[in-house]
Design a protein around this ligand. Structure first.
Ligand code: FES
Length: 157
C-alpha cells in the first residue's frame, strides 16, 4: 500500500540539501517544462507515466511536483496511474485514465463526487468509478483509500 505525503517548500529545501537528496520529479507536460523548471529535476509528464514507470527506481525517495499540485497528488504505483480526489474531507481514488480516449481524470474538474474528464467531458463518480455521462461508455476502477497522519494510502493490490 503506497503512501503519499506532502512536503512544504521549506522541507523540500532541506531534503535537497541532504547528502542523498530525493529524486525531484516534474510531472508537468513538455510545454510547461520548456517554459520553466527546477534545476536538477527530472521530467516525466503525467501523460507518459503509465508507459514509462519502469524508468523510475521504486525504492528511491521521490518528490513529485506539478503546477497546482493536482497532478502530483496522483498516485503512480506499480504502473497504475491513479486520480486522487478530496470530497469534503474524504479521499477517493480511481483509475486516472478515462475509458474514452485516455484523458487524465485527476486533472478534471471536481463537482461534488463527480469528476469531468478534461479532454471531452465524460463524467465519473469518484467514489465508485462509474461513468455517469458520455462520451465514455464504461467506468473506471476504484481503489480503497485510508489516511494515516499526513499520508494518504491507496491500496492497488
Ligand atoms: S478522453 Fe475522457 S471524455 Fe474523451
Amino acid at each position: 500500500m503506497p503512501g503519499v505525503a506532502t512536503v512544504t517548500v521549506q522541507e523540500l529545501r532541506q531534503m535537497l540539501a541532504q547528502s542523498t537528496p530525493p529524486l525531484l520529479l516534474d510531472v508537468r507536460e513538455s510545454d510547461e517544462w520548456q517554459f520553466c523548471r527546477i534545476e536538477g529535476a527530472r521530467h516525466l509528464p503525467t501523460s507518459q507515466i503509465q508507459q514509462r514507470v519502469g524508468e523510475l527506481e521504486p525504492m528511491q525517495e521521490t518528490v513529485v511536483y506539478c503546477h497546482h499540485g493536482v497532478r502530483s497528488l496522483m498516485v503512480q504505483a506499480d504502473g497504475h496511474s491513479i486520480g486522487l480526489f478530496n470530497v469534503e474531507g474524504t479521499f477517493y481514488a480511481i483509475d486516472n485514465t478515462c475509458t474514452h480516449r485516455g484523458g487524465p481524470l485527476g486533472e478534471g474538474a471536481l463537482s461534488g463526487d463527480t469528476v469531468e474528464c478534461p479532454w471531452h467531458g465524460a463524467h465519473f463518480n469518484v467514489k465508485t468509478g462509474a461513468v455517469t455521462a458520455p462520451p465514455a461508455g464504461t467506468g473506471v476502477r476504484s481503489f480503497p483509500v485510508k489516511v494515516e497522519g499526513s499520508d494518504v494510502l491507496v491500496e492497488v493490490d
